[in-house]
Design a protein around this ligand. Sequence first.
Ligand code: NAD
Length: 492
Amino acid sequence: MDKYGQLLNYIDGAWQSSNASDLLQVINPATAEVLGRVPLSSAAQVDQAAQAAAAAFVHWRRTPAGERVQYLFKLKNILEENFQDLARLITLECGKTLDESRGEIRRAIENVEVACGIPALAQGYNSEDIAPGIDETMIRQPVGVAACIAPFNFPGMIPFWFMPYALACGNTYLVKPSEKTPLTMQQVFRLLDQIGLPKGVVNLVNGAKDTVDAILDHPQIRAISFVGSTPVARYVYSRATANGKRAQCQGGAKNPIIVLPDAEMEMTTRITADSAFGCAGQRCLAASLAITVAQAREPFTEAISEAAVNRVVGNGLDERAQMGPVITRESKRRIESLIGLGIEEGAEVLVDGRDARIPGYEDGHFVRPTILRGLSPQNHLAQTEIFGPVLGLMHVESLDQAIALVNTGRYGNMACLFTASGAAARKFRYEAEVGNVGINVGIAAPMAFFPFSGWKESFFGDLHGQGMDAVEFFTQKKVVVERWPKEWSRRF
Ligand code: NAD
């Protein structure tokens, strides 16, 4: 019997068994063991959650912001108390190492902390005497019911890029986790259930495409935050906005890093290996292409190949593991066939991670770190998100050529530069056409008080997740122009 059984929805402050006839298995990617079964909830269940959230909104929006954030303080505390258990659950269903899972929960909590500042962050502004005796004020009001549609790779963090801000701003909320990794949100909602939020303020509905479509079409859901692959991000953005909703949709990535000859090679290699192979490459900020410039080629190629060979791959629950499995058997097959395609396109495989066998975990979905040298910009692989532990190497002779290569990419999630030159760093920061830039940093993940700023095909929308962008997204501005002639007042 699977340990977690059939997962439940959380609607209107109560746990509910879905009446869905379709259930998917939730699989531990390290062992292929079935952990639980996730229901593909129907449009009727989405409707029930949306109605509950809409009813709760009436009172929640009238609850003072200072009172609303008291729930978030409680949420922070309960997340801290359950920190290790949540990290373990993320590793169990997602495969990443325990350290990576701990980092993920830390990032989730940081967003709760930032959202606790809403009483100050969500203030409006005003101007006296825009005309004699007339004042104008901008106030922010919540949007209504908002929803998050999450990907598999950060099951504990990504809903927190949005939900704490939405709640603090006075909205009510619905989360649809990935059907591949739904256990962590199930547990997070058990904690949410304990902090005493009014019923209907937060809701959890499990499912996949049909459940998403029901969310996108529901008239009472006013705002959609999506994170996932680019084709689905584009689709969700189109359908949500066609239905008159505001939407912020984060998509896929193909992140390049540039290595200049003056880079400190030991640090550069260590950081790049963490970026490319951490979370088994299943991070939207994973380095996927390394572009060496001039004499950087030889030392970097040698060192990164060594780092790839030496990376300890295993079950993420084992503290010695430096890299876990990829999410599904299909992902493993897909990644291995993309490596094959790269070789067919003329790349040379310096380190081959295909057909990995991890003793004791023969059924796990493991791909070892892989290095492909000599990709050309025209190669399919140079433009394709692999979402696995595969780093392609390219080479050019100048920083200008390297930046031009970065800017030919379809995606614009992140690009990084390794150098000791401030002038090179400034030029790169200025010219790179991406939303998150790293200088001597391999994962330019914005802190919770900055927006997570994807560009190009990595993002559809205007306002990003986290920080002030989230406050903007989860509030609508109202402008009040007032005249109070003094002759209307009683004499005092
Ligand atoms: P995915 O696009 O397959 O799924 C994301 C969500 O969309 C899931 O909840 C899923 O149920 C739903 N979904 C899937 N197909 C759908 C469809 N046809 N119609 C409607 N809904 C659908 O993504 P994934 O495989 O879970 O996650 C990996 C992807 O997410 C990668 O491309 C990665 O780069 C991206 N990602 C991006 C960021 C970012 O910040 N830009 C962060 C994390 C992950």
